[in-house]
Design a binder for this molecule. Structure first.
Ligand SMILES: [Mg+2]
Length: 432
C-alpha cells in the first residue's frame, strides 16, 4: 500500500491542468499530498485485515470502512468523484455500475494478503464490486492486484516482466504493447479503468526502479495521482520503496491513516516471516550435515580457451532458492536491512539471535551473492551459515507456535507456520 500512497502523493500536484508531460519534476514538494486514492487504499486495507479472509463479511466491512474513512476525510486534495461522493453519503449505498479507476487505485492490499493468483483476483473483484460493479471496473482491480502479486513473487527481471505482460494481455485483453512514448502524446485526463490501468502497468514494465516507475506514470499526464498510485503499488512489490521516499510520504500522512499502514505492514511482515520459517525449517537437518558442493573441472579447449570451474548445486539447494523467490521472500532492501542491524558480513555467529527480518535479509544476501560470484552459496553451505539460518528458523517457528498458539493470528486461522504454505487468509470457505 505504501507504493500506492507514494504514487498518489507524487502525482497529486499534476492531476489537473498539467501538460508538461515530463519525468523531470520535483518528486515531493509543498504541493504533494494524499488524495482519495490514499484514503480509499487504506480503507480497503483495514477492511481486509478486519475480515481476515471471511468473504461473507467482506462486502459489509468494505462499505463500512470506505464510508468511515471518506467521512473522516471529506475533502482530500482533489476531492472525490461525483458519484463516489454521493455513494459515501447515501443512506442506502449500492454499487453503481462504475468503471472508474477508483477500483484499481484502492486495491493494493489484496496483492499482499493472499498467496495465490486465484485468491488475489477473486478478492480484488470483491473489493471492486461494492461500488464498481461494471465488468471493466472489476477487471481493472483484478488486473492491478494480479500485477502486484506477480511483481511480488517473481520480481522485476526482464523475464518476469515479460511473463507479467503476457499474462495480463491474455487474461484481461489489455494492450500492453504500446510504449509510453507512443501513449503520451495523445493521452488526456481520463478516469476509466480501461484507460488508466494498462498505461500504469506499462510504466512499471518500462521502468528499472521504484522512483522511475512513478515518474514515468505521472509523466503521461491525465489522472496523474491515480496513475502514480497504480504504478507505484506494482513497483513497490517488485523493488520496495527506498527509505528516503518512504519518509517523505509518511511525513504527509495523518496519524490515524499511518496507524492503518503500520498495522498492515506488521501483518504482512509477520506472514512473510512465517512463510520463511516454514520454508527453511525442514532443511535444517540436511543442512546441518554440511552437504558439500561439486564443482565442474576447469576445461581448456585445444586452442587454449579456458572455462573456469563452477558449482553444481544439489537439487535441494536449487529448490530452496526457487521457493524463496516464488514465495515472495526476497528482501529488496536487504543491504539497508543489514545496515540497520549493523551486520557487515552475515555469519553463523550473527544468526544466533536473529529475528525474522534479519533472517530474511541474510537469506537474500546468500542468493543474491551468487549472481555476483559463483560459489557464494557453496560458502554459505560450508561455513554453516545456511544451516544456522535453517536452525534459527526452526526455533522461531517453535516460538511463534507458543506466542500464537491460542489462534490469535491477526489474519485468521492461526495455522501452524510449519504447514504446507496454505494461505492463512483462506478462500472464503465457510469452514474458516
Ligand atoms: Mg486522487
Amino acid at each position: 500500500m505504501l507504493g500506492a500512497i507514494v504514487g498518489d502523493m507524487v502525482g497529486s500536484p499534476y492531476e489537473f491542468g498539467w501538460d508538461a508531460k515530463t519525468t523531470d519534476f520535483e518528486l515531493f514538494s509543498d504541493e504533494s499530498g494524499f488524495t482519495d486514492d490514499t484514503v480509499m487504499t487504506l480503507a480497503v486495507g483495514q477492511a481486509l485485515l478486519d475480515v481476515a479472509g471471511d468473504a461473507t463479511a467482506a462486502g459489509a466491512a468494505l462499505v463500512a470502512a470506505m464510508r468511515d474513512f471518506g467521512r473522516r476525510y471529506p475533502h482530500p486534495k482533489g476531492g472525490y468523484g461525483g458519484r463516489f461522493a454521493a455513494w459515501l453519503q447515501s443512506p442506502d449505498p449500492a454499487p453503481y455500475g462504475s468503471f472508474g479507476n477508483g477500483s484499481a487505485m484502492r486495491v493494493s492490499a489484496v496483492g499482499w494478503l493472499f498467496d495465490t493468483l486465484d485468491d488475489v483476483e477473486r478478492w480484488a473483484a470483491i473489493t471492486a464490486r461494492v461500488t464498481h460493479n461494471h465488468h471493466e471496473g472489476v477487471k481493472g482491480a483484478r488486473a492491478t492486484a494480479a500485477a502486484i502479486f506477480l511483481a511480488r513473487t517473481q520480481g522485476p527481471s526482464a523475464t518476469a516482466k515479460a511473463q507479467l505482460r503476457a499474462y495480463l494481455e491474455e487474461r484481461f485483453e489489455y494492450n500492453l504493447s504500446r510504449t509510453l512514448d507512443q501513449i503520451r502524446p495523445g493521452y488526456h485526463h481520463v478516469e476509466s479503468c480501461q484507460e488508466t490501468v494498462p498505461e500504469a502497468i506499462t510504466a512499471y514494465l518500462e521502468a528499472d526502479g521504484f522512483e522511475q516507475t512513478v515518474r514515468l506514470a505521472v509523466s503521461l499526464g491525465g489522472d496523474a495521482d491515480t496513475l502514480g498510485a497504480i504504478a507505484g503499488s506494482i513497483a513497490e512489490a517488485a523493488y520496495g520503496v527506498p527509505p528516503a521516499i518512504r519518509d517523505e510520504a509518511l511525513r504527509r500522512l495523518p496519524g490515524d491513516l499511518r496507524a492503518v499502514l503500520d498495522r498492515f505492514a506488521s501483518t504482512v511482515e509477520q506472514r512473510t516471516a512465517r512463510r520463511l520459517w516454514s520454508l527453511l525449517a525442514p532443511y535444517a537437518q540436511w543442512l546441518d550435515s554440511r552437504p558439500t558442493t561439486q564443482w565442474t573441472g576447469v576445461t581448456t579447449t585445444p586452442d587454449g580457451v579456458v572455462t573456469p570451474a563452477f558449482p553444481v548445486y544439489d537439487e535441494r539447494v536449487r529448490r530452496l532458492e526457487e521457493a524463496f523467490y516464488t514465495e515472495g521472500l526476497m528482501d529488496h532492501g536487504y543491504v539497508d536491512t543489514l545496515r540497520q542491524y549493523a551486520v557487515t558480513q552475515p555469519s553463523p555467529e550473527v544468526v544466533a539471535g536473529a529475528d525474522g527480518t534479519l533472517l530474511r535479509a541474510m537469506c537474500t544476501w546468500i542468493w543474491r551473492g551468487e549472481h555476483f560470484g559463483d560459489g557464494h552459496i557453496a560458502e554459505a553451505l560450508d561455513s554453516g551459515l545456511l544451516a544456522g539460518l535453517a536452525r534459527r528458523a526452526r526455533e522461531l517457528a517453535g516460538a511463534d507456535d507458543d506466542i500464537l498458539g491460542d489462534g490469535d493470528s491477526s489474519l485468521g486461522d492461526g495455522d501452524s507456520s510449519l504447514g504446507d504454505g496454505d494461505s492463512s487468509l483462506g478462500d472464503g470457505d465457510a469452514s474458516r
